[in-house]
Write a protein that binds this ligand. Structure first.
Ligand code: X2X
Length: 342
């Protein structure tokens, strides 16, 4: 008798066909033999999110430019488990690629959460200058020290906004006691506690159901995620707080990456970094158009100013505590990009 556990099911799914296989590449001659390098990429987002759309383009380009030698198989939407599972799989080599949010990889590489300090970045010019510059280089270096390779161009998640079920959040005072889901991330927990809320860490795979069953009353994510994960079905209000800028590090298992010959590394890195740049453009455009769609679907929007939140975070000691945790070097690089914070 075969007993199907969650583990054995996940294993079975890992061998099932995934999107992005070489066969899906338009105009490619049929290649009878398997690719020399079969690289698995897992992520936590629905197929319709720009991250998956651009990743499929990258996979097709890699298959083509490598003449079928490299095949990237994509497992979207938590098919291989939640963030915590995928992070351990990419460390062990079970997965070659994963795109954790900066918040999530910070469970392993604490300094990676530096871009998510509350109300630090005010616009995308600041964000990309920092993340493509010294601050990003500092984080990539830290990621390399735990045996992972981070591609040069970070992908965009977006500015995080709050949604809630009972009442809109107009100022920091409305956060008191709010049961809000946050990612599995020490910084998110500390920040929402600092704001007076009652945060719970849950993997993204559990967000919809935990809102539906009212385990939590609120969550926070960029608008494109609220749209593609259909969170508007289980939330009523959206407060445009822009409280965190969040991005995804495209990371590879270090041994698998070093095992690719340099010419193939160049092909893979070129395709992934270019796809990341295009994905940034997609998210920026979506942030501007998605609100109208979500309003039509019943979400009521408001736009609280940042001042009451910033004041509350200062008062609770959030900035000084995290300055100490990140250290002077990283904090200095952040402040070079955004101005004085604490
Ligand atoms: O879990 C989330 O909220 C998400 C999808 O934004 C991250 O990956 C951090």
């Amino acid at each position: 008798m075969t007993i199907l556990t969650r583990r054995t099911m996940l294993k079975a799914m890992a061998t099932a066909p995934a999107i992005g296989a070489a066969g899906a590449v338009i105009g490619m001659p049929h290649v009878a033999h398997a690719a020399e390098y079969e690289l698995k990429y897992g992520n936590n987002l629905p197929l319709t999110h720009p991250l998956n759309i651009r990743a499929q383009e990258a996979a097709a380009r890699i298959a083509k430019e490598s003449n079928g030698k490299v095949e990237v198989k994509i497992f979207p939407n938590n098919q291989l488990g939640g963030d915590t599972d995928m992070l351990s799989q990419v460390r062990s080599g079970g997965l070659t690629f994963f795109t954790p949010s900066a918040l999530v990889i910070a469970t392993l590489v604490p300094v990676a959460a530096i871009n998510a300090v509350g109300f630090a970045f005010s616009d995308y010019d600041q964000v990309w200058k920092a993340m493509d510059g010294k601050l990003g280089a500092h984080v990539r270096e830290a990621i390399s020290k735990v045996g992972l390779y981070a591609f040069e161009k970070m992908w965009d998640n977006g500015f995080r906004q709050m949604t809630s079920g009972d009442k809109p959040i107009n100022s920091a005072a409305d956060m008191a006691g709010l049961k809000i889901r946050v990612p599995v991330s020490p910084l998110s927990i500390a920040m929402f506690k600092g704001l007076g809320a009652a945060p719970t860490s849950l993997q993204f795979s559990e967000v919809y159901s935990s809102l539906q069953t009212r385990i939590v009353d609120a969550q926070e994510n960029p608008l494109p995620i609220i749209q593609v994960a259909k969170l508007f079905e289980v939330q009523k209000y959206c407060s445009l707080s822009n409280h965190i800028w969040d991005g995804f590090w495209f990371i590879a298992n270090g041994r698998a990456w070093k095992g690719l010959p340099p010419d193939l590394q160049a092909i893979v890195a070129g395709a992934i970094n270019d796809a990341g740049m295009a994905q940034r453009g997609d998210i920026k455009a979506l942030n501007q158009s998605v609100r109208t769609d979500l309003e039509a679907k019943g979400l009521a929007f408001n736009q609280p100013g940042p001042d009451s939140f910033r004041a509350k975070l200062r008062e609770s000691g959030f900035y000084s505590e995290w300055k100490g945790r990140f250290g002077d070097e990283a904090w200095g690089l952040l402040e070079d990009a955004v101005g004085k914070l604490a």
